[in-house]
Design a protein around this ligand. Structure first.
Ligand SMILES: Nc1ncnc2c1ncn2[C@@H]1O[C@H](COP(=O)(O)OP(=O)(O)OP(=O)(O)O)[C@@H](O)[C@H]1O
Ligand SMILES: [Mg+2]
Length: 325
């Protein structure tokens, strides 16, 4: 099922669509071995925007993806994934002369990890020129995968994207990652001022604001003009604060054994945004985020946990038993 872009989408996800190749378990003396057989080596879908788009689509929403890939087998793999998952891919630019980004993850048996990435891959090369601003405005909500993930989508580029989205009356959401190049919140101050909802995790939010206490962290973020911040606090759930002063903690699902937390944040965002699409309250949006993330972390891979809406509905019913209204 491919959604036609002339129909309004619920969400347009903008950001990274790449391939991850997890290699595990590897030992630290890997170079002492002439050959290193593993049980499995395969391409898996990765990248904030495609992870979010995949989960949103499985939850039953009309989703478009705006990203860039190279003209190569990895790019085809990504386009095929979109087709299989009902994600509108008209906003994916296929650029000649670059490789689609591949992220190779080396993981030791005790969970230590390092990533090998291509600094000339699509993720690092994508600029504002690669983005069709017509395609980013075709939905009710624009979700920008993560501040600081695409190094060339800087403050100026993001302001152009967000300005257009606001003109089109969209709600704007975004997550962030720890900056790789030493960027600060001040470097993206203007872009932040467009955000209706911002989803950093606690570590990132503390690091970027220099504050320790969550309410202080949130206040600092709101001082940039962000209208509502949801600080993810792992197994504690999420702390949400609006610029009106409204403040709440929405607890995480209890009794979850986390197997793989990669993509927990992307799943949280997809869940929260689902709540926005369904006109839920702020607390319910937080619950949607927590429930979605709880499914994601119980299986390996960012997009393997949430399979369909029925499964999600059952998890939500369980959550409701833990926290009756
Ligand atoms: N042990 C847990 N039990 C239940 N829910 C959890 C647990 N750990 C994480 N979560 C859920 O996952 C959400 C996101 O987790 P976390 O705070 O680790 O985000 P993140 O660091 O942005 O994730 P990512 O590693 O994908 O960037 C939490 O807000 C919570 O809903
Ligand atoms: Mg995160």
């Amino acid at each position: 099922m491919v959604v036609a872009l002339d129909k309004l989408l619920d969400v347009v996800c903008v950001g990274a669509a790449i391939v991850d190749i997890p290699l595990q378990p590897v030992s630290k003396n890997i170079f002492d071995c002439e050959s290193y057989p593993l049980e499995q080596i395969s391409m898996t879908i990765g990248g904030d925007a495609i992870n979010e788009a995949t989960v949103l689509s499985r939850l039953g929403h009309k989703v478009g993806l705006v990203s860039m890939v190279g003209h190569d087998a990895v790019g085809n793999f990504i386009l095929e994934h979109c087709e299989k998952n009902g994600i509108n891919a008209e906003g994916i630019k296929i650029r000649d002369g670059i490789n689609t980004s591949i992220n190779i993850g080396l993981v030791t048996a005790d969970g230590e990890r390092t990533f090998v990435s291509n600094r000339n891959g699509s993720l690092w090369k994508e600029t504002i020129e690669d983005i069709d601003l017509e395609k980013t405005t075709r939905g009710r909500i624009l979700s920008y995968g993560s501040f600081f993930n695409n190094p060339r989508l800087d403050n100026r580029a993001l302001v152009r994207i967000f300005e257009k989205a606001k003109e089109a009356g969209m709600i704007i959401c975004a997550d962030m990652i720890k900056p790789r190049l030493g960027e600060t919140l001040d470097d993206v101050a203007e872009a932040l001022s467009y955000l209706d909802y911002f989803f950093p995790n606690n570590d990132e939010a503390r690091l970027m604001t220099g504050e320790q206490e969550i309410p202080k962290v949130a206040e600092k973020i709101l001082s940039y003009g962000v209208k509502c911040v949801a600080v993810k606090i792992g197994k504690e759930g999420v702390y949400i604060r609006r610029n009106s002063g409204e403040e709440l903690i929405v607890p995480a699902m209890k009794g979850i054994t986390a197997i793989d937390t990669i993509g927990a944040g992307d799943n949280f965002a997809a869940g929260f945004i689902s709540g926005l699409i369904e006109n839920k309250t702020l607390r319910e949006c937080g619950e949607y985020g927590n429930v979605t993330a709880s499914l994601a972390i119980q299986s390996i891979g960012a997009t393997t946990g949430v399979k369909n809406r029925g499964m999600w509905d059952r998890q939500m019913a369980e959550y409701r038993k833990q926290y009756p209204v």
